[in-house]
Design a protein around this ligand. Structure first.
Ligand SMILES: *Cc1c(COP(=O)(O)O)cnc(C)c1O
Length: 387
């Protein structure tokens, strides 16, 4: 019997993390100092992309991508219903019409065959952006998406909030890190404490396109620039220009310092998460629990470990686990069924695969400091709870 709550996700803060934050507090800059740029450089180098822009959270990252792509009211943007609502909201802020595309029954990611059907049904250029989500940490097939983007003319914004440290092998046999933007135009990350890198609040946009990077950076800080190359005139050292209506979506120096020490443990975190996943896979072999889909050419980042059980047993299992201090979670309630999105005409039955997924899914505790003893307890409770 375990006597404490086991959550579905939890941050890990080391002594090194604490020291890094304290050092910032004793320095001259709490925000707009040198650490933000350092974190951006380290993150971009880790992923293998040209540019990273650190922002205040993952939702701001998505909104900034929409702004950089000049999304306007009525522009159509496609995303998946099995995601946190921010994937859609970031584009709604710019007035986009959100079109949901149903998921693949194996991976629970946007079904790219269904996406192609949607694209085919309208003239080319009808959709401004497609926003797939690397749900649970499983990378979307970005290469296939690139082919569709080139054919139908849309921008790819990957919501990779679940997948830093994930990767896939492309058709040329080359390893591609999620977020390197080899195939995507932009990629978004979140540093919320349940995610791999925890800075309290925080997020990032990555890209290889200088034009998009410059726009994201400008919109992050009020649309204000001091860059002499971009100014319309220059009155002197104090002079800056507000060139666009931007926001204050900055990250702080404390968060950037924490992000760097957290980033140094990302590979370890993904390895440990995969170990935990393998132990769950083994434990549920031959039971009625359906475990997550795996494929050899993919490194799953395992933000979540989502099982599927019969729909009529799911609530009972959730309640049983809770009574035994295992705080599993149902992720996600399909976005198209949220009252806000239903007002645009979306309804039950529109996304049959996503809706069936939602009826059966349960995310079990998955975080790198989960002990074997805690995991054994989770496994025992799942098996008991299904009886
Ligand atoms: C966490 C998350 C976000 C939003 O990130 P915040 O940092 O909480 O704003 C967006 N999309 C997905 C898929 C997420 O999991």
């Amino acid at each position: 019997m375990i006597d404490h709550i086991i959550p579905y996700g939890h941050q890990f803060i080391s002594d090194e993390d604490v020291e890094a934050v304290v050092a910032v507090l004793k320095s001259d800059y709490m925000t707009q100092g040198p650490r933000i740029g350092e974190f951006e450089r380290q993150f971009a180098d880790y992923l293998g992309c040209k540019y990273a822009c650190m922002v205040s959270n993952g939702t701001a990252a998505l909104h900034l991508c929409a702004m950089a792509l000049d999304i306007r009211p009525g522009d159509k943007v496609i995303t998946t219903p099995i995601t946190f609502v921010a994937s859609a909201n970031g584009f709604r802020y710019c007035g986009a019409e959100i079109v949901f595309c149903d998921i693949d029954a194996r991976t629970f990611l946007m079904d790219l065959n269904k996406l192609e059907e949607i694209l085919k049904a309208s003239p080319k250029g009808s959709y401004k952006a497609v926003v797939p989500v690397d749900f649970a940490g499983y990378p979307i097939d970005e290469e296939k998406l690139r082919k569709l983007a080139d054919e139908y003319g849309f921008a790819i914004v990957v919501d990779a909030c679940h997948a830093p440290g994930g990767s896939f092998i492309d058709s040329k046999g080359e390893k591609q890190m999620v977020g390197n933007c080899k195939y995507a135009d932009l990629t978004c990350f979140s540093f919320h404490p349940v995610k791999h890198i925890a800075t309290g609040e925080g997020g990032a946009v990555t890209t290889n396109r200088k034009d998009l990077f410059e726009k994201v950076s400008l919109f992050r800080t009020h649309g204000i620039t001091k860059d002499p190359a971009l100014l319309e005139r220059n009155d002197g050292g104090w002079y800056y220009e507000m060139q666009e209506l931007g926001y204050n979506y900055r990250i702080t120096e404390m968060q950037a310092a924490l992000g760097m020490t957290q980033l140094s443990r990302l590979d370890w975190s993904v390895r440990r998460r995969n170990e935990i996943a393998m132990r769950y896979d083994e434990a549920f072999k031959g039971t009625e629990v359906k475990t997550p889909f795996r494929q050899d050419n993919v490194v799953h980042a395992f933000h979540l470990y989502v099982i599927q059980v019969e729909a009529d047993k799911r609530k009972g299992l959730y309640d049983y686990l809770r009574a035994n201090k295992v705080y599993s979670q149902v992720l996600y309630i399909p976005a198209h069924l949220m009252p806000y999105y239903r007002q645009f005409g979306w309804k039950a039955g529109d996304m049959p695969v996503a809706e069936e997924y939602y009826a059966k899914c349960l995310a079990l505790p998955m975080f790198p400091t989960l002990t074997d003893e805690e995991q054994n307890w989770v496994i025992e409770c799942v098996k008991e709870g299904l009886k």
